[in-house]
Write a new protein. Structure first.
Length: 138
């Protein structure tokens, strides 16, 4: 009788959404399972695409990520939300957020922005994040 010795490879759970101002000028986005704890090894990309002079505004209304100890500089190697804008055709990181401090409101420099969420851990105490987005002009 052969034993089943398959090893389970740890593959990140990928997710994300695309938001177009053609579809909706505003809405919300959350971490997976919010407000329940998110899984470990998650990688999500939330892309925002406006038109013309539109800019993307993001306001976090809830923010609670797993933090094993004091946050490292730039939130490296811990569960974090990373925000990117495009400058001269290149993707530039605006900031990283980790822990449970609510980030300040974010505004893109142009019609697009992307938010990435990466988790290494999960814990029954954390609920992830929820944010409101708006495409604004002016």
């Amino acid at each position: 009788m052969a034993s089943n010795c398959l090893q389970k490879l740890k593959v990140p759970f990928t997710c994300g959404q695309e938001f177009s101002s053609d579809v909706s000028k505003n809405g919300t986005f959350t971490s997976p399972n919010y407000p329940e704890p998110y899984p470990e090894d998650v990688y999500c990309v939330y892309s925002f695409m406006g038109r013309g002079k539109e800019r993307v505004q993001i306001q976090f209304t809830d923010f609670d990520l797993h933090l094993p100890h004091e946050p490292p500089r730039d939130c490296d190697s811990v569960d974090a939300v990373m925000v990117f804008i495009t400058i001269n055709g290149l993707k530039e990181r605006v900031d990283n957020f980790c822990g449970n401090k609510l980030p300040a409101q974010l505004m893109s420099n142009g019609p697009s922005m992307s938010v990435e969420f990466r988790s290494y851990h999960s814990s029954p105490e954390v609920k992830g994040f929820r944010a409101i987005y708006k495409f604004v002009t002016g």
